[in-house]
Structures are given as C-alpha cells and as structure tokens.
Ligand binder design. Structure first.
Ligand SMILES: [Zn+2]
Length: 388
C-alpha cells in the first residue's frame, strides 16, 4: 500500500516530457489479425505472451510493453465458393468472429474499449485506455445482400476491403487471374453503400484495376490497411509508386506492412502450419504448444521471409518519400504473417519511432504516421456519411 502511494507520488512528480516520444504518441495499427487466437483454451488476450513460446504477436500485455494504443481487429473470412451456401456459411462465420472480438475486448473494460469513431480514439487515449475498431478482410460474407454492411457497421466495423487472395462477387484479387477486370457491378454498389454508411474502403488485396476503380468511385479517401511498394519488392500484393501517388492525391493513406518485403517462402510445410493455425481456437493447449514448436522450428531454418527491421524501415521510408508524410500509416500484418527479424512482435514498436526520429521526422510528423493520417480519413468518412 505504502509502496503504491510512493510510486503514485513519484509518478506525479515526474514531468510529462520524461515520457518517451513513443509513449506520448497516439499509435495504432490498421490490421490486427489477432482475433483468430481469441477463442484459444488456456490463453487470455489480457496476458503477456512471449514470441518464443506462443504464436501470437499482439496481446494486452505487449500493447502495454510496445505502447500500441489501438487498432483495427480483423474479421477475416477465408474465400469459399461464390454460391448461396458459401455466402450463408461465411456470414455465420463472420458474425461469430465479430461477436468473439466484441466479447474478448469486453472482458477487459478497464484496459481496452471497442470504439466507433476517430474522436473515441483520442478520448480513450486521454483516459489511458487502449481501443479497437472492427474491420473486415474479405467482404465475401456479405453475399449479395448489401444491407448486411449495416449489420456489420452496427457491430463496430469502420474499415472493410472487398476481397482477399481470390476473386469474389465484388472484385478481383491482386493474387488471382482477372474475372471482372476490377470491380463487379455488385462491387460498384458495395462502394456506394460503404460511402453511405461511413465505412472506409480498404484497398489492400484488391487487384490494381479494382483499386483504380474504387479510387475513382469512392466519395471518401481509401486506406490500404497493410500494403507495400513494388519498387521495394515487385509482387502483385504491392503497389507501384504511381498508384501510391494517386492514393495520396485523393487524400488516402497507405499503411505499411512487414510482409512482401522480399520473396515469401510459402512452402508446403509453411502452408500446412498456416492451415492448422486457422483452427487454433479449437485446439487443446498441448496441440497449441506443438504447433508453436513446429512453427518456430521452421522459422529457424526457413523463415516466411528472409528480411529484417532494416528492410521494413527501408520500405516505410521509401513510401513516405513517394506518398508524403500525410499519407502513410502502419499496418504490419501482426498475426497474419507479419513480423521480421528484429521486429518480431509489437513489443519492438518503439524502435520504429526512434528510427523515424533519427531520420529527422518531427514529433508532429511521427504522430501523423502512427495515427493522425488514419484518423483524418475516418473523420472524413464519418462527416461524409452524416451529410447524406
Ligand atoms: Zn491480408
């Protein structure tokens, strides 16, 4: 008790500027794939897990350690058959995932809150609490009933992308062969409904043509929640510099990812482990431990990518140069294949801030990169929806 009192007094006596720049900065990540872990037996989002003995890269313990204030928790749905049966199954899955995210965050009301606006993020940060929105990776579960977008909006979704790694009813994927040459007719209606509701369009995973069409059609700027640069690594998931400039000219934000910095080693062994990972929520603690051991053993001999923190920073700095400091954010793809040597989990995030400072960016610019730019786009989407 006495010790607590002493530490409170001590904390009060320390001037605010004694906090590091990273601690003072409002930080968010636009693509947290962590929810797949939320249903695990014998595992809690509230604890601090270690990279070596647990597969997860984001938990509340490490949000404290790495001072990640919040972000978008992803409802990811694997692409299945584009049929009424496929849609029904995907819808049930996605609604279940939304519920899992909401109930998990609700378990820690003193530490984190589900929020719905840009202003909420500022408010939570001022109150010393972490925060999360919901986002959708792959709108496949919407089926052909666009009114479902309102259901997801009401559950807290404020960012959504049309596709994942395969084409669907809305758009072509960056990693599939063109079927619609961009958006489908339904995909164009999807854009209008997203704008009407005030859900920001996420262009990550969309084909270049789908990206161009969404950029032209959307009444509010786009966010790329986890994307990179073709100049850094020429892969379909990354954008060429001309498109990054077009996104910026339209007021959008590219949130830089740690994946696709180099050739991705999606070997049969890796894919088999990923397939198991999707079902980690139904594994026993022993099975989870076995999967972790096997994954870390493969990481040691054949990492997903042979890249490091410097490669990530090189990509981030290149994209800042191309897009401008007002149009860049951070979306590392944590728990979705992200992380590089030297930045294995969110515990290492202060290094990013330190490095940006060393590169000569001002405190204000660093705040824009970490959250200000994304919050600006969210605010625009809210205002645009309110005007209708
Ligand atoms: Zn992704």
């Amino acid at each position: 008790m006495k010790r607590i009192l002493a530490s409170v007094l001590l904390a009060a006596a320390v001037p605010a500027h004694a906090e590091t720049l990273h601690q003072r900065t409002l930080t968010l990540d636009t693509h947290l794939d962590t929810p797949m872990h939320f249903a695990r037996q014998g595992w809690s989002f509230g604890d601090k897990h270690s990279y070596d003995t647990d597969l997860v890269q984001v938990d509340l313990g490490r949000m404290d350690e790495g001072d990640l204030d919040g972000g978008f928790f992803v409802i990811y749905t694997e692409q299945g058959p584009v049929t009424p049966e496929g849609f029904a199954k995907a819808k049930a899955f996605a609604l279940g995932r939304a519920d899992l995210i909401r109930t998990t965050l609700a378990k820690f009301p003193d530490r984190i809150a589900l929020i719905s606006t840009a202003a909420d993020a500022k408010r939570m940060d001022a109150a010393g609490k972490r925060f999360g929105w919901l986002s959708i990776e792959n709108s496949y579960p919407i089926g052909e009933d666009l009114s479902l977008l309102k259901t997801f909006y009401d559950l807290g979704v404020r960012l959504a992308g049309p596709v994942h790694s395969k084409n669907n009813q809305f758009a072509d994927s960056a990693t599939d062969t063109p079927q619609w040459n961009g958006l489908s007719p339904l995909g164009r209606q999807w854009v209008a409904e997203m704008n009407r509701l005030g859900i920001v369009i996420d262009g990550s995973h969309s084909s270049d043509a789908a990206f161009d069409q969404m950029l032209a059609l959307s009444k509010t700027p786009l966010i790329l929640s986890h994307s990179g640069s073709k100049t850094i690594s020429d892969q379909p998931r990354n954008l060429d510099d001309a498109r990054i400039r077009k996104l910026a000219e339209a007021g959008g934000v590219i949130c830089v990812t740690t994946v696709f910095l180099a050739t991705m080693n999606f070997t049969p062994e890796r894919n088999a482990l990923f397939a198991q990972l999707e079902h980690i929520g139904t594994m026993t603690p022993e099975e989870q431990a076995k999967l972790t051991r096997e994954t870390r053993a493969l990481d040691a001999v054949m990492p997903i990518q042979n890249t490091d923190f410097e490669a990530f920073m090189k990509s981030l700095l290149h994209i800042i140069k191309v897009a401008g400091v007002d149009h860049v954010g951070i979306g590392a793809d944590w728990d979705g294949g992200g992380g590089v040597k030297g930045l294995e989990d969110i515990g290492g995030l202060p290094k990013v801030t330190e490095r940006l400072r060393a590169e000569g960016f001002s405190d204000a610019d660093i705040e824009k990169i970490w959250s200000g730019n994304v919050l600006r786009v969210l605010r625009l989407a809210e205002e645009n929806a309110a005007r209708r």
